[in-house]
Design a protein around this ligand. Structure first.
Ligand SMILES: [Zn+2]
Length: 280
């Protein structure tokens, strides 16, 4: 049996579909870049394709028997997608009807037009910083013995009497050492990144160079330290150290500011919540 005839797109149509959306996947939930560098310097890695909105051949997804072949292989029937999304829309055609795909295409082209006019890149606000607080090590250190332990007067001086088997009440210094990682999760450079921490803040935070440049998809790591003092037994101190940071720091704010290559100033705000800095 002969293979059913496929109404393929001409190469010029494939290229046009691709560049009208800036080589990004047209699925609004995806928007992955479909071209990039290959390890061989003369090659490009491509993970995109011109997908048919109504199938190229009889029996294919969303096939429209009434559509003339010339229309089936026309640019109006194509949409640029990454390979994953191209597979997805064909595996479950009912979930991705013709009208939805046409909407994706319109939106992707409109979005690319906006970006071109505004000179901004990326569907996420640009540039964009991600913040991570990584606990590294910590512990409790004895600062002295509390007068809440039994005392006895020796030579006229009140002396703390420690009981070998009893609970010892101690002045503790509890410490949390972290890496505070700033990651430029965008394709734009960030210049003169600065960090402002709200109260109660860290006891120590390493400084950034006053003049700096954080390139796309790169990070800077700052070291940070929190300290808490408490008076109690080891059994009372240990549960506090199980938290990723002192409880009083929950809700602490962080403001990152930087400039893009056009000297435009950006600010991003974060709040420490449930173990990490969340954007607000
Ligand atoms: Zn995709």
């Amino acid at each position: 049996m002969a293979r059913p005839k496929r109404d393929e797109f001409a190469p010029a149509i494939v290229a046009t579909l691709q560049f009208r959306v800036g080589t990004l996947c047209s699925n609004p939930k995806c928007r992955v870049h479909t071209t990039g560098p290959h390890t061989e310097p003369g090659k490009v890695t491509r993970i995109g394709s011109a997908a048919h909105i109504t199938a190229a051949a009889t029996g294919g997804p969303r096939y429209d028997p009434d559509m003339p072949p010339a229309e089936r292989s026309s640019i109006a029937n194509g949409i640029w997608l990454c390979e994953n999304c191209a597979t997805l829309i064909d595996k479950d055609a009912a979930a991705y009807p013709v009208e939805l795909l046409k909407q994706w295409k319109r939106d992707a082209e409109q979005e690319m037009n906006q970006r071109m006019i505004s000179g901004k890149a990326g569907s996420q606000p640009t540039p964009h910083m991600d913040i991570d607080l990584h606990w590294k090590f910590g512990g409790r250190f004895i600062q002295g013995y509390s007068k809440k332990n039994p005392t006895k007067v020796i030579d006229g001086r009140e002396t703390i009497e420690l009981q070998a088997d009893g609970p010892q009440i101690i002045h503790w210094r509890l410490s949390w050492n972290y890496d505070l990682c700033l990651f430029n999760n965008s394709l734009q450079h960030m210049f003169n990144v600065s960090v402002e921490v709200g109260k109660p803040g860290f006891e120590e935070l390493s400084k950034l160079e006053k003049i700096n440049n954080l390139p796309p998809l790169k990070g800077i790591t700052m070291s940070a330290l929190s300290i808490e003092y408490m008076e109690g037994t080891a059994e009372e101190a240990d549960p506090l150290l199980l938290h990723p940071y002192p409880a009083r720091m929950e809700g602490m704010t962080l403001r990152i500011s930087y400039r893009d290559e056009h000297q435009k100033q950006y600010e991003q705000n974060y709040v420490l919540s449930k173990g990490n800095f969340q954007p607000v």
